[in-house]
Structure formats: C-alpha cells, structure tokens
Design a protein around this ligand. Structure first.
Ligand code: TYC
Length: 102
C-alpha cells in the first residue's frame, strides 16, 4: 500500500490490468513414415487424449496434413514440442511438431 508520510498506510484494491496469457496451438504434421500407432501414443501420453480421441486426431492429420493436439500457454506449448520431438527422434521417426499462436 501507499505510505502517507505520517506513517499511515492505505491499502488499495488492485485495479484489473494483467492481460490473460496468449495461447498457442501445438500441432502435429503428417509424414509418410511415422507409424500411426506412434502418433496415437504421442497424443495419449503427451496430450492426455483417450484412445478414441487420439485415433480421430491422428486420422485427421493423416488426411488433412496437420492437426491440433492441444492449446497451451507459451512455455507449456514449447515444452510439449520439445518432448514430442525428442521422443520421435529417439524412436527414429521424422514426426514434426510445431506451435502457432492461437
Ligand atoms: N501418414 C502416416 C502413415 O501413413 C501416419 C501419420 C499420421 C504420420 C499423423 C504423422 O502426424 C502424423 N504411417
């Protein structure tokens, strides 16, 4: 609070000024080599989708070229991308994962 000079302290209610955080979509891109089962596993393990939803998202990516895995704050989105890319390279797959401002 404010110091009034004579020792009195006034506590004021914080006026609303902080903006909500920008959100980012994390997307997977289609390729010809990554096994469908691996993509479904990624969608379940890293994005917490159930088997049915993960399978639907994987098929959408397979047919349309790209698909949204989830929407997150910037730091969380960047970490998801890094973890997915690391797991994909470790498994020997070329799967691409990107983030875009929502
Ligand atoms: N097109 C791949 C195949 O036929 C499957 C696939 C789906 C790969 C989604 C990447 O993001 C992807 N094995």
């Amino acid at each position: 609070g404010k110091d009034e000079g004579d020792g009195a302290v006034v506590v004021e209610r914080q006026t609303q000024k902080t903006e909500p955080p920008r959100l980012y979509q994390v997307l997977l891109l289609n390729d010809d080599f990554t096994p469908m089962e691996f993509v479904v596993m990624v969608l379940q393990e890293f994005f917490r989708h159930d088997l049915d939803t993960a399978t639907q998202i994987m098929l959408k990516i397979h047919h349309e070229g790209r698909g949204v895995c989830g929407v997150f704050t910037k730091d969380v989105a960047a970490t998801k991308v890094e973890l997915v890319l690391a797991a994909s390279r470790r498994a020997g797959h070329p799967l691409q994962c990107i983030m875009e401002a929502a």
